[in-house]
Design a binder for this molecule. Structure first.
Ligand code: NDP
Ligand code: MG
Length: 380
């Protein structure tokens, strides 16, 4: 029985993780989890999962829930996230939080030698070197949950990374893939949230429309697989059937395919190195799908992807700034404070090279993250 801590249980990856775990009650158990604002869903999950420890947003929430569920221990805030991870029973941590709040509990998990199934890509973007160095030092496995990285990870099983020519990450193109830049001027939030292939949380759905998500994934791939950016390519693939590919020095290309169903990469991360049956799999019939399409990525159409390569290659705090600015800009777009195209402007403007640090420690990263958020917020 694998004992799991699920950070972000009320979110989209959280919900899919709960589905995988409850479909295999003989193999997995969620002993601790966290949620934030969605108390109604959080309550239902407490009843369903009967965990021993739960982290919530505030002290008041924790006190209220303690009265309701006296047999469960509640904790709260950013420290609460690290506390649920640190519970002695927990063997594997799923980081399904959205945004930079995932960094500290991920570091705690690694510090304590717990396997991490990483969905929270922002953590690797803002502090990739720090996270990977600690994982190496503590001999901790980081198992990818993001479908593209899971696909690459699956293609690499039994292979030697030194024989890889390129990682080829597929991109659906997001909600606005059929629109020109001119047509993006007046798009609305509900247009942006209408993703053609995947049902996901709001932030990542907007990131998919700006192609920032693919940029974050390029940086995530760099850290997870240790390849330089010239060996990481992005190709448009509107069907989202090929989840990603790896080409090798001998010309062979391996692709991992499947339905657009996040339960698949989540389950692989939980059951790794084994494969276990998918309960109620989504139908997947290539003959019915008929054709798969691939196209060159247009970096002018999607400038945030170009920016991610640029900041990724610079390393240090450059991606930290990009990520923080993007989080604030996307939140502002969701609140209706800025237009869709302003997200790009804000992110580009926030990368301040006079503040750039090449080899930052944790304190510097947290500080740059905070300062960038403050700066972008001051423009709203
Ligand atoms: P959601 O927005 O659906 O869920 C986010 C979760 O984090 C919720 O449980 C939310 O709690 C919690 N949360 C949000 N802010 C805070 C905070 N400040 N403190 C503590 N908890 C917080 O996100 P997704 O599930 O879509 O994405 C999660 C991560 O996985 C992201 O990094 C995303 O990029 C990545 N990912 C997601 C995929 C998907 O299919 N959705 C695919 C691949 C990667 P509450 O709702 O209770 O407020
Ligand atoms: Mg992805």
């Amino acid at each position: 029985m694998k004992k799991i801590c699920l950070l972000g249980a009320t979110g989209s990856v959280g919900e899919n993780t709960v589905a995988v775990v409850t479909a295999h009650p003989d193999q997995f158990q969620i002993v601790a989890f966290s949620f934030y604002q969605n108390k109604e869903k959080g309550r239902k999950l407490i009843q369903k999962l009967q965990p021993k420890l739960v982290s919530v947003a505030t002290k008041e929430d924790a006190a209220g829930l303690s009265l309701e569920f006296p047999e469960i221990r509640f904790t709260y805030g950013i420290e609460g996230l690290s506390e649920v991870v640190a519970d002695s029973e927990v063997q594997l941590v799923v980081t399904a939080l959205s945004g930079s709040v995932g960094l500290l509990p991920t570091l705690t998990a690694i510090e304590l030698g717990k396997t991490v199934a990483i969905a929270n890509k922002e953590t690797l973007v803002m502090a990739g070197a720090l996270v990977m160095n600690l994982a190496k030092e503590k001999n901790v496995k980081l198992l990818p949950v993001d479908s593209e990285h899971s696909a690459i990870f699956q293609c690499l099983q039994g292979e030697n990374i030194s024989e890889v020519e390129e990682l080829i990450i597929t991109a659906s193109g997001g909600s606005f893939r059929e629109l020109s830049r001119k047509e993006l001027v007046n798009v609305t939030l509900s247009d942006a949230l209408n993703h053609p292939n995947w049902a996901m949380g709001q932030k990542i759905t907007i990131d998919s429309a700006t192609m920032m998500n693919k940029g974050l994934e390029v940086i995530e791939a760099h850290w997870l697989f240790g390849l330089t950016y010239d060996k990481i390519k992005v190709v448009l693939h509107k069907e989202s059937i090929v989840h990603s590919m790896v080409s090798f020095v001998d010309g062979a290309v391996m692709a991992q395919m499947g339905a657009s169903d996040m339960r698949e990469p989540i389950q692989y991360a939980l059951s790794y190195p084994k494969r276990i049956p998918m309960i109620q799999p989504k139908p997947f019939d290539l003959a019915k799908i008929g054709a798969l399409h691939f196209a060159e990525m247009d970096f002018e159409r999607f400038p945030l992807l170009a920016l991610a390569y640029e900041t990724g290659k610079m390393g240090g705090t450059a991606p930290t700034m990009m990520n923080a600015a993007n989080e604030i800009a996307v939140a502002a777009f969701i609140k209706g404070q800025i237009s869709f195209l302003e997200i790009e402007n804000y992110v580009e403007k926030a990368i301040k090279l006079d503040n750039y640090v090449k080899n930052p420690d944790l304190e510097t990263i947290l500080n740059v993250d905070k300062e960038t958020r403050k700066l972008v917020t001051s423009w709203l």
